[in-house]
Design a protein around this ligand. Sequence first.
Ligand SMILES: Cc1cc2nc3c(=O)[nH]c(=O)nc-3n(C[C@H](O)[C@H](O)[C@H](O)COP(=O)(O)OP(=O)(O)OC[C@H]3O[C@@H](n4cnc5c(N)ncnc54)[C@H](O)[C@@H]3O)c2cc1C
Length: 386
Amino acid sequence: MPRTVHIAGGGIAGMSAALAFVKHGWHVTVYEKSPGIRPQGAGIYLWENGLKVLEALGIYEQTIKNSIPAWRHQKRDQDGTVFAEDFFSQHNRLYVPTRADLLYAFYDEACRLGVDFEFGVEAVAAEPDGTVHLADGRSRKGDLIIGADGINSQVRDSLGLLKRRKLANQFGYRAMIARSPDELATDEGRGHCEHWHGSRRILYAPCTQDLAYIQLTSVKGDERGQSLPVDHDYWQATFPHLSWIIDRLPEEGRGDQFEILKLTHWRHGRVVLIGDAVNAQPPFLGQGGGCSMMAALALATWIEEAQDIEQGAALWERHERRLIEWTQDVAYYYGELAFYPPKLRTAVFRLIQRSDWLKRKTIWMTALHPPKGTALKPTHRTLQPL
Ligand SMILES: Cc1cc2nc3c(=O)[nH]c(=O)nc-3n(C[C@H](O)[C@H](O)[C@H](O)COP(=O)(O)OP(=O)(O)OC[C@H]3O[C@@H](n4cnc5c(N)ncnc54)[C@H](O)[C@@H]3O)c2cc1C
């Protein structure tokens, strides 16, 4: 008899877990409260660690099939001065596919491998004996329950595992814009860049030949910066040289307040939590999804190696938690630089930029970590500047 796992939530974390467990021969059911796949947001930064997980899960090529490899990432002042710059290689990749491409790659492969999906079904609670309770009154018992039901996880809260939850006092608006052929021919249009003016930022990230991902970020109290629909005049006045981006921002788009949370424990008996339910973080490292994918694959791998569910889950928490909590903290404090006076902030960025060692110990630590359950050898093609 195959072992059974019931997963609450069909986002990045739940989908990663579904694939990781089905590949180890488990019978997997995913309960997703939305009526179908829900690719919220716009593009998603996938760094080396996340890409390695996708390779191990067999959906790397499918995920990035429309995406173009990043070759350079800059940070610039309002006058266009570059104060931080990184380049990517075949050992340190970055892709920014659309969220739809990522989630449908997961979904198609999961369906192919026989994962059962129940859409429009909400999980409301779980019990340590391996029972999940659903909003429609049903209960399901399995060898393992995974709460991957996002930042407002009901599975987590039913077990009382939340230790603290804190707003980062920053707000992000995300949208996609169409890219023009002219733009593809320019240096600026081909590279990733985070443009700063005071505490406000515009991130420009090429995703596909036709689409770029834009994020506008502002801090608490900046009411015009946080208004939706976007206040084009305000952003235009702040970044006059970026009208080629701002003019194309759509009315619709998603806005989020950024948060960080920590748990007392990541598991209770036969219930385990992954994804934003445990590792929600401000998106300044672009690693929330990466951490969710790493945790999901590692969980299946540790359990397989231990040949015992609770022992494997205990080993998983002991080994994986430290790096993920570290990532949350680095993302939070890195984001706090937005509250510094601009000159001091730029000086800090320049300092980090000067030292590869410092970068590897902080903002690149997670991206360069070889996730548990992945092959350490790179198996991908060499990146070329576009
Ligand atoms: C502005 C912003 C930008 C970001 N950029 C990046 C980035 O570039 N790179 C990156 O790696 N990460 C990024 N992140 C973080 C990333 O989006 C999250 O870490 C990731 O989506 C978490 O996945 P998840 O599956 O845990 O949660 P979610 O994506 O929230 O998915 C949870 C799923 O569970 C479902 N659900 C919720 N409650 C229930 C329930 N009770 N029962 C059943 N189903 C339920 C939901 O409908 C949803 O489908 C960003 C986050 C933000 C806010």
